[in-house]
Design a protein around this ligand. Structure first.
Ligand SMILES: [Zn+2]
Length: 313
């Protein structure tokens, strides 16, 4: 099975076994291509993996950060890719002469975690992906939940503070979880805190001209920097409020936290667990595990392949 994760900046593809192990990985830049060039590049990348594995490929799965109309299979709109109203699955199936499955990248990621990652063996899994924003995925009754029109589970835009700050991007709301618990919120939290505590490793790094980024904060938090750890705890506590809501609504067995910020592990998750335990209802709060994602940046690719496997089985 071949899985493809087509992001705004690059494509990641590989051959994936049933247990989620990946071999013959390849990646290609996707920036600056128009729709025709993009389709061409994707087809070439898949053919490359197909030749490399040498054997039979039964199907190809694609994860794309795009909204799909579940009724027509039309890729409606992608924020960061030049795909508009295109029958991507049909075009790829014709080009590759293979069965093709296409879904939103967040849906692919949660399928990977639910089938073979942090939620393996579970029927109810909720996933939050912390990056620039907060993405979400739901796995309910043993299946990816897609909503009515395939819009997906925008759990990053649940309101945790009715009178909170304006949300990001196109969101018209205030006080969304994304505005207080994303990588963007982490960077904002740190830039406020470091102004008060400049004589710290983080303060010195900024003084030396280093750019303030999520990965840099995560690294310094792991090394014990007080400012980075404090900000991580603030973000973790805000995340815990969101998780408490999700535990009350879905009563999942596992809440999986993915995205770059999740590399902080328990520095982020312990405050989140503590707040969730104080705020959520029984029995959900006593049963649920809050875990870091197992597959990191490869979850979309792995999930896309697993989705293709299930579609042709
Ligand atoms: Zn929002």
């Amino acid at each position: 099975m071949i899985g493809v994760d087509l992001g705004g900046t690059k494509l990641l593809a590989g051959a994936v076994n049933a247990d989620g192990t990946v071999h013959h990985r390849t990646n290609r830049p996707a920036l600056g291509l128009d729709q025709i060039e993009l389709v061409e590049m994707v087809a070439h990348a898949v053919q490359g993996v197909r030749r490399a594995v040498g054997g039979e490929v039964e199907a190809v799965g694609f994860g794309i950060p795009c909204t799909f109309d579940a009724r027509t299979g039309l890729a409606v709109q992608a924020v960061n890719l030049p795909l508009h109203d295109i029958r991507f699955a049909d075009i790829m199936a014709e080009r590759l002469e293979l069965p093709v499955v296409v879904d939103n990248d967040a849906n692919c990621a949660i399928l990977a975690e639910a089938r073979a990652g942090a939620g393996a063996g579970c029927s109810e899994v909720v996933m939050l992906t912390l990056g620039t924003g907060i993405g979400g995925g739901l796995f309910l009754n043993g299946e990816v939940y897609r909503g009515f029109a395939g819009g997906g589970a925008e759990m990053g835009h649940m309101v945790v503070d009715m009178d909170g700050r304006p949300c990001q991007g196109n969101c018209p709301n205030w006080g969304c979880l994304e505005s207080v618990a994303s990588g963007t919120a982490l960077v904002r939290e740190v830039s406020l805190a470091v102004a008060r505590q400049p004589d710290t490793p983080l303060g010195h790094a900024l003084e030396a001209g280093r750019e303030l980024t999520g990965p840099m904060i995560t690294d310094l938090a792991r090394e014990g920097d007080a400012v980075a750890r404090g900000a991580m705890e603030t973000i973790g506590r805000a995340l815990g409020v969101g998780i408490a809501n999700l535990v009350n609504i879905f009563c999942p067995q596992v809440v999986v936290i993915g995205g770059g910020v999740s590399a902080a592990g328990d520095l982020l998750l312990d405050p989140a667990r503590e707040v969730m335990l104080r705020r959520a209802l029984r029995p959900g709060r006593d049963e649920v595990r809050v875990e870091a994602a197992a597959f990191g940046a490869e979850a979309g690719m792995i999930g896309a392949a697993l989705m293709a496997r299930e579609a042709v089985a």
